[in-house]
Design a protein around this ligand. Structure first.
Ligand SMILES: Cc1cc2nc3c(=O)[nH]c(=O)nc-3n(C[C@H](O)[C@H](O)[C@H](O)COP(=O)(O)OP(=O)(O)OC[C@H]3O[C@@H](n4cnc5c(N)ncnc54)[C@H](O)[C@@H]3O)c2cc1C
Length: 377
């Protein structure tokens, strides 16, 4: 605890109406919704990293609402009506994000999404093709007609090897994650929201029925606290159904005459890749070693990175020389249910976490939902 704070610092920088813990997509959107609904609120976001340090600046930038194999799996768990609601939530979340920031600022490009099937995936690909009509009907009124179709001509057009079937989703798009987060932070600051970086919350305590949060820099007081730390939530609010999952990613150096354009899902979505400025971004492979990847620690392993490299060499860029330029990891939050957890665990303490690897689509809506919970409380 820093007890050398000046009177001025203590009285002006540590007392807020709302304190938000975590400056990922959800935290920023919660703050923005609160401030737009109630402009007089004094809001602070406390972020442990120099930059947001979870998933929001580390992701692949897919603006997606579900590939067919994922929709089948989810429908078997939650039923058709709940699935339709989930798709609607994802789609509305994307519209919200685009509405706040504009397509230009986040490089939103609707280049289409593709689910790829290998020869060994014959049963899965047949199941998925059979379901195309069902899902086109289900999402017609939410997004638009004829979202999915078989499009095997793309195998040759994109130069893939060892791929037998392709299902295209014409509504899927991609964004520039860095530009999106930069714009979101700028937008929040323009609204008068304070963001404090390198400020890790160690504990949430209560004093005379009001919460305050303990950090190395001092205790911040707020009428309400919102915890949006995603995979790290159990450090502050134990017992929630949140399991961390590390996602490893690589990006190639620019490739001359790159033919591949769009967002791609491979091996039931365990791998994903896309084009970005003449490069390929590829991530995934958690399923090779679930136990090791179930961690909140950033890091790379040769098992996953080698698998990503081999996938590039054998399937994605079989006829093209490439070099790796970037490698990184980020931490996602998973649970048994694909719905995020939006709850009030204690008086005046709220929480919104677990976008299940879909936060680009779900983050804005999830932030807004927890903000509404706070406003109604
Ligand atoms: C490799 C990878 C690829 C992905 N690809 C996609 C994709 O293509 N499309 C998609 O929709 N989604 C994707 N996701 C998921 C998406 O990025 C997340 O769902 C989303 O960013 C979650 O946002 P959030 O605000 O809930 O959490 P986060 O972005 O994780 O934010 C939580 C923040 O809380 C901070 N924090 C944690 N503990 C504390 C503390 N004690 N005190 C202060 N701050 C703290 C963290 O530093 C972090 O910045 C991907 C994720 C990863 C990792």
């Amino acid at each position: 605890m820093n007890n050398q704070l000046s009177y001025w610092e203590k009285t002006s920088f540590f007392n807020f109406d709302i304190i938000i813990v975590g400056s990922g997509i959800v935290g920023l959107n919660a703050a923005i919704h609160l401030k737009t609904s109630s402009p007089k609120l004094k809001i602070a976001i406390l972020e442990r990293g120099f930059l947001p340090s979870g998933a929001s600046t580390k992701n692949a930038g897919f603006a997606c609402f579900g590939s067919i194999s994922e929709l089948i799996e989810q429908e078997s768990i939650c039923g058709t009506d709940a699935l339709a609601k989930l798709i609607e939530k994802r789609w509305k979340g994307l519209l919200k994000l685009r509405g706040i920031l504009s397509d230009d600022k986040i490089d939103y490009k609707q280049l289409g999404g593709y689910e790829l099937f290998k020869a060994e995936d014959k049963i899965l690909s047949t199941d998925c093709v059979v379901k195309i009509e069902h899902y086109n009907n289900l999402i017609q009124s939410i997004i638009g007609p004829e979202a999915f179709k078989v499009n095997n001509s793309k195998i040759k057009a994109f130069g893939f090897k060892n791929i037998n079937n392709v299902i295209e989703n014409r509504f899927e798009a991609q964004i520039d994650t860095g530009k999106m987060m930069f714009a979101l932070i700028q937008y929040a600051q323009q609204q008068g929201i304070s963001i404090f970086n390198n400020c890790e919350v160690q504990e949430i305590l209560t004093d005379e029925n009001k919460p305050f949060v303990k950090t190395k820099q001092g205790n911040f007081r707020g009428e309400k606290v919102i915890v949006v730390t995603n995979a790290f939530v159990n450090n502050l609010i134990p017992g929630l159904d949140v399991t961390p999952g590390r996602g490893q990613v690589l990006v190639t150096k620019p490739i001359k005459n790159l033919k591949i354009a769009g967002t791609f899902h491979y091996d039931k979505g365990y791998y994903y890749f896309r084009n970005i400025n003449d490069r390929i971004l590829l991530g995934g492979g958690r399923n090779l070693d679930f136990k090791t990847e179930q961690t909140t620690e950033l890091g790379l392993t040769s098992k996953v990175q080698d698998a990503l490299y081999n996938l590039l060499k054998e399937v994605i860029l079989p006829e093209t020389d490439f070099e790796i330029d970037y490698q990184w990891s980020g931490i996602m939050a998973f649970g048994n249910n694909l719905e995020p957890i939006i709850t009030q665990p204690k008086p005046n303490v709220f929480c919104a976490v677990r976008c299940n690897g879909m936060g680009v689509a779900m983050g804005s809506q999830t932030g807004e939902d927890v903000a509404e919970l706070v406003l109604k409380s």
